[in-house]
Design a protein around this ligand. Sequence first.
Ligand SMILES: Nc1ncnc2c1ncn2[C@@H]1O[C@H](COP(=O)(O)OP(=O)(O)O)[C@@H](O)[C@H]1O
Ligand SMILES: [Mg+2]
Length: 252
Amino acid sequence: MAQKRFPVVTARNLSFAYDTAAVLQGVNFTAYAGEMIAVIGPNGGGKSTLIKLILGLIEPTQGSLHVLGKRPSVARGEIGYVPQYTHFDTRFPISVREVVLTGCTRPVFGRHTKADKAAAAGALERVGLSDRALDSFAELSGGQQQRVLIARALVSDPSILLLDEPTANVDAFMSDRFLELVVNLATDRTVFFVTHDTGYVSEESDRVFCINRSLVEHPVAALRQDLVHATYSQPVRKVLHNKHIDTTHMTL
Ligand SMILES: Nc1ncnc2c1ncn2[C@@H]1O[C@H](COP(=O)(O)OP(=O)(O)O)[C@@H](O)[C@H]1O
Ligand SMILES: [Mg+2]
């Protein structure tokens, strides 16, 4: 599809260090419109750092990074983000709909407009939770809460969605349907899907970026156990996507 080749995020010789040691070094890639990109790699490899660079929360130490042709901080309104750890104080009685509305960029005089409310309803429908809009967020399961946070990221209809380890709270049974949702979201936006569970990657992703200080792109078909081993040096649970889940722990 010609439309797929529209460049959305471009990194050229991108490096980043919090202090002296490089966390990311010499990273090059172009992400195109409508791609679902799985971002894998070991803990501390720099995945969340890359996400924060795309969001413009931190600036490259070297090289360049453009989002929709702009500086990341300028393009931030086009990006939906689900951070790796999101904490809502569960003693505070906030409804599902209110959580989603916190994703609206400009509440007018502290009140949400009709358009905001319609967008929130649309986002909840997208994640399959319309019927829970008025329920307390705290009552939902971990997987449902995660879907609400995705709805919050979707409410401004961003062209880029950054999901940093969204599967951490999702139990194995839910995970296949969760992946289906994420794949559907990538039909009309670019999704960066960070996960340390390579089982989520599979053939559903268009591309696989492996980040361990540098970025190495792997063809999706090449995501075999030898790569998993090279990346993690430990056994990894494999999730199959033909609608059943194999929970055997493989010895590599
Ligand atoms: N705010 C920070 N200040 C200093 N070092 C950090 C900070 N955040 C992360 N790091 C370090 O940067 C490296 C990459 O972290 P991160 O991007 O969170 O990795 P990942 O998401 O792949 O687990 C790690 O060594 C981590 O300790
Ligand atoms: Mg991380």
